[in-house]
Design a protein around this ligand. Structure first.
Ligand SMILES: NC(=O)c1ccc[n+]([C@@H]2O[C@H](COP(=O)([O-])OP(=O)(O)OC[C@H]3O[C@@H](n4cnc5c(N)ncnc54)[C@H](OP(=O)(O)O)[C@@H]3O)[C@@H](O)[C@H]2O)c1
Length: 271
């Protein structure tokens, strides 16, 4: 695929790295970024061509990946709006900006795929939800999927507004797991374990449990039941979590994050 990245920051770098790791996927990669050091770094690492301005990078490309911060996106769309052709695919990884806002500045009506990746994409272990505009061809959907698979797993949505729920679950989700690891580390330290050992135990338990759940065909609820012997240590711990309304708390957190995503998308007050 011939692909232009607008913005050569963390996320773009993760995707480009994945593209080059998957042999034969990247026929031509261009990157637009105003930062000369970033351009130099990218050109040293991969066979890419870098540009200062977005408009210089996109001509003749099959896909244009919008990988700038949300507050920068309107300026970028203004810059390329007259130039994007109807057969080019726009892929947005920008959090919270709806397809109608991405489409508005364009003279042609390009197909648009809006995506929501998450931070583990930076190490190839992300999960990305994708939503395609109606005029997106099957080949363009495949192209967007192949690009995002370079950074991990993908799922497709058939309603754009569900991306706010995705943001609350997998976009913000890594922080919830970090918080649980922190809390377990704190409790173990308070009970006498040295802080480094407490941290290592909590971290690798999270890592091992996730890997086990990902690799298993068995549902996580059943995996939980299998390690919960009657009257044992796990059972009393889980009863404490239930007594503190653990499920309701998680539910409230995800509802709040979803609402915040909807507000940010509506109000344009982006981070
Ligand atoms: N990181 C994540 O885990 C994550 C997860 C989901 C979604 N996203 C989305 O991914 C997007 C990119 O995030 P990121 O973490 O990769 O940000 P980032 O590292 O800040 O990358 C953005 C890049 O765009 C450059 N830029 C600024 N103005 C530009 C312009 N007019 N034309 C071209 N490039 C321009 C920036 O240069 P300067 O630094 O010089 O300004 C920077 O190198 C964001 O919209 C974010 O919402 C990120």
């Amino acid at each position: 695929m011939r692909i232009a990245f607008i913005g050569g920051g963390n996320m773009a770098t993760a995707l480009i790295s994945g593209l080059f790791a998957a042999q034969g996927k990247a026929q031509e990669v261009r990157i637009a970024d105003p930062n000369p050091e970033a351009r130099e770094r990218l050109e040293e690492k991969w066979p890419v061509i870098c540009f200062n301005h977005a408009a210089e990078a996109i001509e003749g490309m099959d896909a244009i990946v919008l990988a700038v911060k949300p507050q920068v996106l309107p300026r970028v769309l203004e810059e390329i709006g007259a130039q994007v052709t109807a057969d080019q695919l726009l892929i947005s990884i920008v959090a919270g900006i709806p397809i109608d806002q991405i489409a508005a500045p364009h003279k042609s009506s390009p197909a648009i795929v809006r995506t929501m990746p998450n931070t583990p994409a930076l190490i190839g272990l992300g999960i990305t939800a994708l939503y395609a505009s109606e005029n997106c061809s099957p080949a363009q959907r495949r192209m967007a999927q192949e690009l995002m698979q370079a950074a991990g797993e993908v799922v497709w949505l058939d309603q754009e507004n569900l991306l706010d729920v995705v943001t609350a679950v997998s976009g913000s989700g890594p922080a919830y797991f970090f918080y649980l690891i922190e809390a377990m580390r704190k409790a173990a330290t308070r009970l006498g374990l040295p802080a480094d050992i407490a941290g290592k135990l909590a971290l690798h338990t999270a890592y091992g449990a996730s890997a086990m759940a990902v690799q298993s065909d068995v549902d996580v609820a059943e995996l939980r039941r299998r390690v919960t012997s009657r009257g044992g240590t796990t059972q009393v711990a889980l009863e404490q979590l239930d007594a503190g309304h653990f499920e309701d708390l998680v539910d409230a957190a995800i509802v709040a994050a979803t609402r915040r995503g909807q507000q940010l998308a509506g109000g344009g007050n982006h981070r």
